[in-house]
Design a protein around this ligand. Structure first.
Ligand SMILES: Cc1cc2nc3c(=O)[nH]c(=O)nc-3n(C[C@H](O)[C@H](O)[C@H](O)COP(=O)(O)OP(=O)(O)OC[C@H]3O[C@@H](n4cnc5c(N)ncnc54)[C@H](O)[C@@H]3O)c2cc1C
Length: 482
């Protein structure tokens, strides 16, 4: 990037909010996604909407790319810089602006950490349910941009179910406010829902209005162990079929259990094939009734042990252990590729078997865990990116897993987004017409394709972004494999 352009950017945000040393750029060259990284030209921390708008106007005029970034915990490469890009970091926009107890809403800046908001509203008996495993670090802006899910998605839904309004700066620098405190509003196209899940490609979010709900007052947390994976999957299907909706129903396979136990040392049995962590919550006697029915179903499906947490502290230890699954697996091998295959819940037992098959067929260690109640699994390949052959095996396994998920009516990502990591699979899910419509929307809103280009799909070679995978290498590997 030309030094004169850098100077213009610096003059917009001020010297103190502009960084372009090698070290600074390195820190912002990757997110939570393995293998994918690229150095930005500069990193900025804008102070207000005006500065964001001016950066975007300049980007359109002199043609550089702008990459919005929250905490950088994304698992699809959404905030990884593309070539010739400036990273706009929103973590300093971390104020909770209002908690409206009459309308049950919270107005927040996008850099507010999700877990911080949750603790704040819970102090006054309110509840913000979306709880990604990264909640102690990730930001509301990143959650909205990725439509993040979490452990409680089964009963309470995902981020989109709580976004009432957003304010964004559009790629051409104009401001847009859409949505509001009305519980009903069908005036025109629903632009708000359009922004949710747009992965930083349609605008930079500067303010979010969120719906809150009353906090459940009772909860029961149950832990069940199974000698057979398929029995645990069948138990999940049977609980759903019994018309019970737990707040969470999480699954861990043997590899994940062992890694979590190595990490947390909470006494999980190492020899079982699967574990289910289930929580029911509410405000009345139905909580106890549902817990009893669930325990009955678990035992009927050959759970070798069913335990109930003694108290909230013990329940929290178990949930924290589950949230550590990714970090625990990541300690095992140098590279951890966590995926996000999702199927209709009734297909969960089949999908779990397909993942086991992929691990054997492609000779790659795969730990599997996830939001079983949502049919959202996180098969996680434990590999070493320094060994291209090993990496290719993992990619082949995921190609297979995605194909099988799609055959079962599922999708390539339930909550992590498409980003760079999965754009090559997108058309398999959307079909050509769906993909073309998405591209036309992007072209209409971001005429010069300057905002987070190359994410979700590629519009032109200029904005290809860091290539997620070298397909040719995988093809060569395929040829050598048989
Ligand atoms: C240990 C771990 C556990 C996780 N568990 C879950 C889980 O349970 N469920 C789940 O859904 N995800 C999970 N994730 C993935 C990740 O935390 C989420 O996708 C989260 O929403 C990302 O938030 P972030 O602030 O880190 O955003 P980033 O990673 O910085 O960015 C994510 C995307 O949002 C865009 N973006 C960020 N801020 C803005 C803004 N202000 N305006 C416009 N675009 C913006 C970026 O361009 C990028 O495309 C997990 C990740 C880790 C590392």
């Amino acid at each position: 990037m030309d030094i004169s352009v850098k100077n213009k950017i610096k003059s917009i945000v001020g010297q103190e909010n502009y960084f372009d040393s090698f070290e600074d750029r390195l820190v912002y060259s990757y997110d939570g996604t393995p293998v994918i990284h690229q150095m930005p030209e500069a990193v900025v921390f804008p102070k207000d909407e005006e500065q964001i708008s001016r950066i975007l106007e300049l980007a359109n005029n002199v043609k550089f790319n702008v990459v919005p970034r929250g905490a950088g915990t994304g698992l699809s490469g959404g905030s990884v810089p593309t070539e010739n890009s400036v990273v706009v970091v929103m973590t300093r926009w971390n104020k909770i602006l209002e908690i409206d107890e009459k309308n049950l809403t919270a107005t927040v800046q996008p850099g507010v950490v999700t877990g911080v908001l949750q603790k704040e509203v819970e102090k006054i008996g309110l509840f913000y349910p979306p709880d990604p495993g990264s909640l102690n670090v990730c930001t509301i802006g990143g959650n909205v941009a990725n439509n993040a899910g979490g452990l409680r998605g089964l009963k309470y839904g995902v981020t989109k179910n709580y976004v009432l309004g957003v304010e964004i700066v559009l790629p051409d620098g104009k401001f847009l406010r859409t949505g509001g405190k009305n519980m009903k509003d069908v005036a025109g196209y629903n632009l708000r829902d359009f922004i949710v899940g747009s992965e930083g490609t349609l605008g930079i979010i500067t303010k979010v209005l969120l719906k809150l709900i009353p906090k459940p007052t009772k909860s029961i947390t149950i832990l069940a162990f199974f000698d057979k994976l398929t029995d645990s999957a069948q138990a999940v299907s049977d609980i759903i079929a019994a018309k019970i909706t737990p707040a969470m129903m999480e699954f861990l396979d043997n590899t994940t259990i062992n890694c979590v136990e190595d990490y947390t040392k909470i006494g999980l049995p190492r020899n079982v094939e699967a574990l289910l962590l289930i929580e029911v919550d509410g405000r009345g006697s139905e909580v106890k009734d549902d817990a009893e029915t669930i325990k009955f179903i678990l035992k009927k499906n050959k759970a070798v042990a069913v335990r109930e947490a003694f108290d909230e502290a013990q329940a929290n230890i178990l949930k924290t252990a589950r949230r550590s699954a990714f970090s625990a697996l990541a300690r095992k091998m140098p590279t951890t590729i966590l995926e996000d295959a999702t199927v209709p819940r009734s297909e969960l037992p089949v999908m779990i078997e397909k993942i086991v098959k992929a691990s054997k067929m492609f000779d790659v260690m795969i730990g599997n865990f996830g939001h079983a109640g949502d049919g959202n699994l996180h098969p996680t390949a434990l590999t070493d990116e320094r060994e291209q052959k090993e990496l290719d095996k993992a990619y082949r396994a995921f190609d297979y897993i995605f194909d099988e998920a799609i055959k079962l009516g599922g999708t390539i990502t339930g909550e992590h987004g498409t980003g760079l990591a999965k754009k090559q699979f997108l058309e398999k899910v959307t079909g050509p017409v769906g993909l073309d419509m998405m591209m036309r929307i992007k072209k209409a809103i971001d005429v010069n394709n300057i905002l987070n280009p190359g994410k979700i799909f590629s519009l032109s070679p200029r904005c290809e972004g860091t290539l997620p995978r070298k397909r040719e290498q995988i093809k060569n590997f395929d040829e050598n494999f048989s």
